[in-house]
Design a protein around this ligand. Structure first.
Ligand code: UD1
Ligand code: CA
Length: 455
């Protein structure tokens, strides 16, 4: 019967010290709201149900978590952690209940599973942490036999109790029957006038339910976020962990302290990543890929042996492999590079296929285009894909050569092996193997006297 699990995530607090209009638990850690990290960890425990207690910014939380398999419990007024959990009482099942916090994002599944394994009708599970500076935390009171018997909050503690270093993380688990019995008995007669969840510890001890304690693998797991500085510290710690994992897998990082992964980065062997790169969403880097400094790569696949030079921005792109990109390239959604294709500096592409071995090496905008194999696009080429109302396609067939400073007014096709002279504005299709030039002929006046300045 105790197999069932309800997870309760507290997320009703305001988070005033963030000094933000955004509810605290929606602030991003590694590109995702803190509360989403907690939810993901909770889901990994296969709960029967997950409850999120919302209050401040309730609507924004509902929106942010739309689609997640959670039940929202509204705590209209924040009267304390015990009161918060009480908002879910009617929804709880028959098994165990685990209490988590939306602003404690790095808690690990294994720590929680270990805690839950100790819980039954006779044993409550409490996660504690020993801190050199315990200020602000609830302290764990133990009897002479060393059993945890109560938690006293910082503001209610005596001078002697304040010397205790073992702290309440807030994370605890017990049976729902116990919660349903104890929560209605909480009183708000304490220094903060709040209903403290922590008071259930003394209730358990009084009933002879033993309080078993467990500790997280590292204090970071139970560190809460109250301000921007803590947020930034957790971000760095989390990123350091991700960097460590990548290096364990054989990825060469120029500096593990200067990489940011906001999603899932998968790397083949012998990938190297220079400093200052940001990876967002799902990014896959094939074998031997090199990413230069200060690149931003989002939801993309970069095929084996490709080189992305510095300061390139790549979003929703598939590169087949052996590609050369950047420096300073911007590949926008729908760009597909076939094997060996090159996109050089100050080139922007969007919704464009670049065929095998084709090159757009300098200073161009190529959007809504299909380039065959072996195409050469000269510097300063622009696809005029937008007529002010609709987008149109440009097709450049195999082995065509587009001279520099060409405007291709879409819809337009340049045929196989065709050549466009530099400086042309191409508004009509060019036949296979033809030369098209639209620039005016050069006028030349020999020995022409330049006007002289008068007085
Ligand atoms: C709480 C614990 C303390 C522990 C500390 C760890 C209690 C009474 N104290 O103190 O023993 O050491 O956490 O960080 O539980 N919340 C609500 N609704 C409320 C009140 C709080 O949802 O009415 C949420 C907050 O958004 C926050 C969390 O519960 O995420 C903790 O609340 P907070 O008031 O910060 O508790 P602490 O004083 O830190
Ligand atoms: Ca707190």
């Amino acid at each position: 019967m105790l197999d069932a699990l309800d997870v309760v995530i507290l997320a009703a607090g305001k988070g005033s010290r963030m000094r933000s209009q955004t509810p605290k638990v929606l602030h991003a850690l590694a590109g995702r709201p803190m509360v989403s990290h907690v939810l993901e960890t909770a889901q990994a425990l296969n709960p029967s149900r997950t409850h999120v207690v919302i209050g401040h910014g309730a609507d924004r939380l509902r929106t942010a978590l739309e689609g997640a398999d959670v039940h929202f419990a509204l705590q209209a007024e924040q009267k304390g952690t015990g009161h918060a959990v009480a908002q879910t009482l009617e929804q709880l099942g028959q098994g165990k209940v685990l209490v988590l916090y939306g602003d404690v994002p790095l808690i690990r599944r294994d720590t929680l599973a270990g805690l839950l394994a100790r819980v039954d009708e006779q044993h409550l599970g409490l996660l504690t942490v020993t801190l050199t500076d315990p200020h602000g935390y609830g302290r764990i009171l133990r009897n002479d036999a060393g059993e945890a018997v109560a938690i006293v909050e910082q503001k209610d503690a005596s001078a002697e109790q304040l010397t205790i270093n073992e702290c309440n993380t807030g994370i605890m688990a017990m049976t729902s029957a116990q919660l349903k019995r104890w929560l209605p008995q909480l009183s708000a007669e304490n220094a903060q006038g709040e209903y403290y969840l922590t008071d259930v510890i003394a209730m358990a001890a009084n009933e002879g339910v033993s309080v078993t304690t467990a500790q997280p693998a590292t204090p970071l797991e139970v560190e809460g976020v109250n301000n921007r500085a803590q947020m930034a510290r957790l971000e760095r710690a989390y990123q350091a962990e991700l960097a460590e994992q990548l290096m364990d897998q054989g990825v060469a990082l120029a500096d593990p302290a200067r990489i940011d992964i906001r999603g899932n980065l998968t790397c083949g062997h012998d990938v190297s990543i220079d400093i200052g790169c940001v990876f967002e969403g799902d990014v896959e880097l094939g074998e031997g890929v090199h990413i230069g400094p200060y690149c931003v790569i989002k939801n993309s696949t970069i095929g084996a042996e490709s080189v992305v030079d510095s300061h390139s921005v790549i979003d929703t792109v598939v590169a087949a492999g052996l590609n050369q990109v950047g420096p300073f390239a911007r590949l926008r959604p729908g760009t597909r590079l076939a094997v060996n294709a090159k996109v050089g500096n100050f080139v922007e592409t969007k919704n464009t296929d670049v065929g095998e071995g084709s090159k757009i090496n300098h200073l161009s905008y190529v959007g809504d285009a299909h380039l065959g194999r072996g195409v050469n696009v000269g510097a300063g080429t622009i696809t005029c894909n937008y007529d002010g109302a609709n987008k149109h396609l440009t097709t450049i067939d195999d082995n065509a050569f587009i001279g520099s400073n060409t405007a291709l007014v879409a819809p337009v096709t340049v045929g196989k092996g065709a050549t466009v002279g530099a400086g042309s504005t191409i508004a009509k299709d060019v036949a296979d193997h033809a030369l098209a030039v639209t620039r005016s002929r050069q006028l030349e006046k020999p020995d022409w006297p330049r006007p002289e300045k008068t007085a």
